[in-house]
Design a protein around this ligand. Sequence first.
Ligand code: TPP
Ligand code: MG
Length: 559
Amino acid sequence: MTKGADLLVRALANEGVDRIFGVPGEENLDVLESLRRSGIALVLTRHEQAAGFMAATHGRLTGRPGVAIATLGPGALNFSTAAAYAHLGAMPMIMITGQKPIMTPKQARFQIVDVIASMKPLTKMTRQIVSAASIPTLVRDAFRVAMEERPGPVHLELPEDIAGEACEDIPPIPPHPVEIPVAHRDALDRAAAMILKAKRRLIMLGAAASRPRSTAGLNGFVRRTGIPFFTTQMGKGTVAGGSNLYMGTAALSERDYVHDAIDHADLIIAIGHDTVEKPPFLMGPGGPAVIHVGYQPANVEQVYFPHAEVVGDLGPSLELLADRLEGRLPDAGALLSLREEILGRIADRATEDRWPPTPQRLVHDVRQVMPEDGILALDNGMYKIWFARNYRTYVANTVLLDNALATMGAGLPSAMMAAMLHPGRRVMAVCGDGGFMMNSQELETAVRIGCNLVVLILEDKAYGMIRWKQAVEKMEDFGLTFGNPDFVRYAESYGARGSRVTSTAALIPTLDAAFQGGGVHVVVCPIDYGENIRVLNEELGAHNAARQQRGQVSRGGVP
Ligand SMILES: Cc1ncc(C[n+]2csc(CCOP(=O)(O)OP(=O)(O)O)c2C)c(N)n1
Ligand SMILES: [Mg+2]
């Protein structure tokens, strides 16, 4: 006898799903039973939030939605942060949650929350399944919506009685390839004319440039035009940062060294910029002209209002744009004269052996132990700014960071997903002592499923980023410090291994040994956050004051 749950699982398999992440409840038991008899693996997690982060990261890295499952009410609500993470971060994901029977609700309102309503602002689509016969269509549509630009999360609620409902054996709907339309000829001509006319051009690579489908077209555009580029935080790694055209990453919205190049530019070609990111620079009157190249038109914001747009599939549209420009930009690299100065300043103190290590030294040493294709997954904390600013990338999608929801707690689960997808590559999660503890229970999952993974915890016994902002605001140091477990013993209690870095010289050997040993290895290292104020406030403040005095900040109203 075929049941609704069988149709669901078959429809998921039809979409190429090979694993589902989550925490089932009794309302999901029919689905669990269908899964048991399918070729789809269940990756049981210790919190639904982590399952959601893993599914979203699957979508981010592959372009195919990851799938997560949870029960009704409490389980479904635990998906909320992950749903928002995927929604803001444009990561395709499908969430399936259970519900009490809808035809004969024998438990009255026990555990019932209006999950559909709660998912509305957090997803692209949220639907309750009301008949088994509708499952094949709904699942196909859910995948279509999740994957379509702009990608994101879709939620399906499957009530217990619909999952158990006997039904006809309806075949799933076969997916077919979908191409995204390419930009209009007139838009390409207009953009090409602007680029040809400009004198000091700069490319900016944003979050949407990281879609796996656009990597080749993007690299080709940069190579064929020879225009220098910088990236937003989430655009990091879309074109190799080792390229001799890389000018830096805008980890701050203004006043960093990379903004010297932005201030000197007369045209910025913003590729894949998504304004969910903290602004990489602030547009204002009198600033450079901006061309937006994206899968979707630009949202108009106070700080982002492009003068022209090229909307369409990024890769092929950029190829057509490069056809109009190649060989016609002899002075493409006009801003490259600033490169050495910018990158030199950024590298300051990267090899200093002070103890505890500076953030610059930590980033430098992590880079040494990561091969070019190694994947770094960052949680959210102060160190994210340093990694965004200082870490250089060589291969697309090798830095997973979240500058959209910017939630704490996603670092470990997203690294686990990367490790599952790329078992042959080195994968490292970098977490603060605050963010790590928000999903540290997933160490058990990582050990159980056999991940090879290093988790680097940067210990300052504080919510350091907020503490920095408090100090910048000249407020008293109050309310942001805490104690920690002994992270080495904590890791060992999960069956993982643990090491503590006790000297700056030991950092690289400890990280290297952790990778060599395989399995899950937690490495704890203290960090000297004195550099936050010294560099990000004092040094950059002085640099900007000097620039302003020299009159190099040309735009009225924009610092
Ligand atoms: C879930 C969540 N809660 C709170 C915040 C606000 N927040 C941003 S960074 C931060 C501190 C992070 O502390 P930690 O992980 O120890 O990193 P550190 O800044 O100390 O390096 C906080 C509380 C957030 N981004 N996400
Ligand atoms: Mg901390």
